[in-house]
Design a protein around this ligand. Sequence first.
Ligand code: UD1
Length: 328
Amino acid sequence: MKILNVVGARPNFMKIAPIVEEMKKASDLKGVLIHTGQHYDEAMSDVFFRDLGIPVPDVHLGVGSGTHAEQTARVMVEFEKVCVEQKPDLVVVVGDVNSTMASTIVAVKLLIPVAHVEAGLRSFDRAMPEEINRIVTDALCEILFTTSRDADENLKREGVTPARIHFVGNVMIDTLMRHRTKAATLDVISRFKVQPGSYALVTLHRPSNVDEPGVLGGILEALKEISNAMPVIFPIHPRAVRRIQEFGLDTTGIRTVEPLGYLEFLNLPSNARIVLTDSGGLQEETTILGVPCMTLRNNTERPVTITHGTNMLAGPDKSRILDGFGFA
Ligand code: UD1
């Protein structure tokens, strides 16, 4: 059986790693790794392949950045050629990025079944591009692998037959558990001159938070106030860097750093007193690490992180972030 495993953006790499590894062990499966090139910088892509031991992709589509339509369309045009040439028996997609949705549409139209890993998550916020990607992907995929029971319920509510839903657990957390010890041996925090358990870690990249000067400015002001109480470490996503420069915003007092690789980054939440983020994955990772997480969004597609007690929704408003800060 030939299986095309598709990845495109940073959060996909840690999800595909254990799947590729398992496929290598099965003599009757031939896994082919396709990288769409949605993320392409060394720090956004290559370092994750090295850190996680993922083999070099068999095919690189080189789609790069663009508007949603441009990026989605480029993946579709290039991935269609690969499907026609490779004639896979199955396509596996992970997560909720544009590459996930685009490759799913292509495969199902060529009558190739698609399996979605991390199916059924819903923020119920259609202003999030990822929510559109999740809905479209799940509607089209034949096999839906879920990470939580609420995801099963979301899919059933949308009319998916239970036979298509498989509650399998969380491959991103499999990767975290596998690399946690190694990440802990790295000395990342001395670079920031901070002690374990003493600092706040921040990540931000959602368009709703970084594309509006007022919203991004308010979050940065809250972070500056927090930095009076404890060091704030902020590895900045290229999208946020561009916006901060474009809007002329000030990050004085916040310890900003380039995006980090998987292992170095994992060291940071593990040692943090609190994490402030708009990332989906980090809400789950902090839950497993037992570190308080303040989510700078008004909703989450990962409600188990809230019911488990490690995560709270603070939204992007300065006053709510500062009010919620007692959570740490
Ligand atoms: C994408 C995903 C988002 C995911 C995030 C993780 C979609 C709709 N969004 O958002 O779900 O959480 O990745 O990072 O798929 N850029 C670079 N170098 C790169 C990649 C991007 O500089 O290697 C810059 C470009 O200026 C680009 C911008 O970042 O225009 C945004 O990249 P893009 O992939 O479009 O979306 P993300 O914001 O990264």
